[in-house]
Design a protein around this ligand. Structure first.
Ligand code: F0G
Length: 444
């Protein structure tokens, strides 16, 4: 706990946080956490992560760094349910965009920054498609505990996210290359310069992200849903969700695990190919390394790069692959890929029938629709879609979609295979003349 490792010192593989549960005062029932609702003046009880601190018991209370993360909402959406072919009342949207930096990352960052604080780090870094950098940067600016360095790929980040890193005063390095390049470089830089690394290969990040599961259960009165559907990029959420559910089961706090569906963008579909096509499995902790390596060698040889409008999940080398396989194994999981057209249509449905979300999050709705059409999800199943990021993260894509047939549409969306904006809500251009305006309003 008082050392910094981002991989196993022996084999270089991922590290996992394991607890000796016999030494922790874990509540006998999840309902006991409800007692904390009445003590919300304590910042640890207010936090949507640390109010479950007995389930991620790695930090002394006086070292915990919180900025009020995790005040997020689970909402039923009947219009999205209808769109996906689900029964009324059976589809729920978990709005992680309501976090302080506008994405789910704050759940994990509070835990990573807490560990950084425990080891006395004063500098932290990450590679990012945008949201991790916004999250680390806000923790730096709010707490004053860390100077923050972020690595992003060129032209690979939505404007809202870049504006956050700059506004929160993070030193921002824009590399020639994409996220996979930035990820490799930040690891090298952190190990050479002794900077604390906050990407999700940091196992403490995933401890914090377990709280998304705890809050979903809390919102559903502790009754697990049938499915949890999540977009897959670096596979941190997938891994954290599996770990959370396995631990709750081990502790006897739930008696049944939901199934997990991980949705890749078709242009960044490593997990889908490895899991569904090549049959790579957790295999009791020994996934077939040859299958994985062959895949990456072929990817390299073909010069294949991730490409999707859902820039948050434009990742071809997911660092948490192995842990994600464990999660899929534990939760009888499935993996699907969806095209950018389906992603943007799904996103538009969330906007029209809810609070909205950024493109990557639309993948979970598109994934439910596909799994319903296949009959894998039943219309009566209770399904939770994770909406990972806020609608305002990527206004360019949203405006281009709703502007319908426009230059923006042709320039930004069409090259990615989006041919029509089925749910476009274009602005109506009218002369500044009351009569003309009334003509438009009368048809409203
Ligand atoms: N959705 C959003 C909005 C994201 O920002 C990310 C990841 C994901 C989904 C994928 O989550 O990695 O847990 O599978 N964004 C990272 C970043 C990579 O740098 O902000 P995952």
């Amino acid at each position: 706990m008082d050392e910094v490792h981002t991989g196993c010192p022996t084999c270089g593989s991922l590290l996992d946080v394991r607890y000796d549960w016999d030494r922790v005062a874990v509540p006998g029932s999840l309902r006991e956490f409800e007692g904390r609702w009445s003590t919300r003046r304590n910042p640890l009880d207010f936090s949507g992560v640390w109010r479950f601190r007995e389930l991620l018991p790695f930090a002394p209370e006086d070292k915990i760094v919180t900025i009020g993360e995790g005040q997020t909402i689970l909402q039923q959406s009947n219009s999205v349910a209808r769109y996906c072919g689900m029964n009324e009342g059976s589809l729920f949207l978990q709005y992680e965009g309501l976090n302080p930096s506008g994405s789910f990352k704050d759940n994990g960052m509070t835990a990573a920054v807490t560990h950084a604080h425990m080891v006395g780090a004063t500098q932290a870094a990450c590679a990012s498609t945008g949201n991790t950098s916004a999250s680390l940067a806000i923790f730096g600016s709010c707490t004053g505990l860390l100077r923050v360095l972020v690595f992003i790929g060129s032209g690979k980040i939505a404007y809202g996210k870049l504006s956050q890193a700059l506004d929160y005063n993070a030193k921002t390095i824009q590399l020639e290359g994409d996220f996979d390049d930035a990820m490799q470089r930040v690891r090298e830089v952190c190990s050479q310069a002794g900077i604390y690394l906050c990407n999700s290969l940091n196992p403490f990040r995933l401890e914090g992200q377990k709280a998304i599961i705890f809050r979903i259960l809390e919102s559903l009165a502790w009754e697990p849903p049938d499915w949890i559907v999540v977009p897959g990029g670096n596979l941190g959420n997938t891994s954290a969700f599996g770990k959370a559910l396995l631990e709750l089961k081990e502790l006897g706090l739930i008696n049944r695990l939901p199934r997990l569906a991980v949705i890749n963008a078709a242009g960044a579909n490593t997990l889908h190919e490895l899991y569904e096509r090549d049959g790579l499995r957790w295999n009791h902790g020994r996934p077939d390394a040859t299958v994985r390596e062959d895949y990456f060698v072929a990817m390299e040889a073909g010069g294949r790069r991730a490409a999707t409008l859902a820039s948050a999940i434009e990742i071809n080398r997911p660092v948490n692959l192995n842990k994600a396989l464990r999660a899929l194994d534990a939760c009888n999981g499935v993996v699907r890929e969806v095209g950018d057209q389906e992603i943007l249509d799904g996103k538009a449905q969330v906007g029209a029938g809810g609070f909205g979300c950024e493109p990557a999050s639309g993948a979970s709705v598109a994934g439910v629709k596909q799994l319903r059409e296949e009959g894998v999800i039943a219309a009566s199943d209770r399904v939770v879609c994770i909406l990972t990021g806020h609608q305002l993260k990527d206004p360019n894509v949203t405006v281009a979609y709703h502007s319908g047939k426009s230059d923006d549409f042709d320039r930004l969306l069409r090259p990615s295979g989006v041919n029509e904006a089925v749910h476009a809500n274009s602005p109506v251009v009218v002369e500044n003349d009351l009569e003309k305006i009334m003509e438009v309003v009368s048809g409203f």
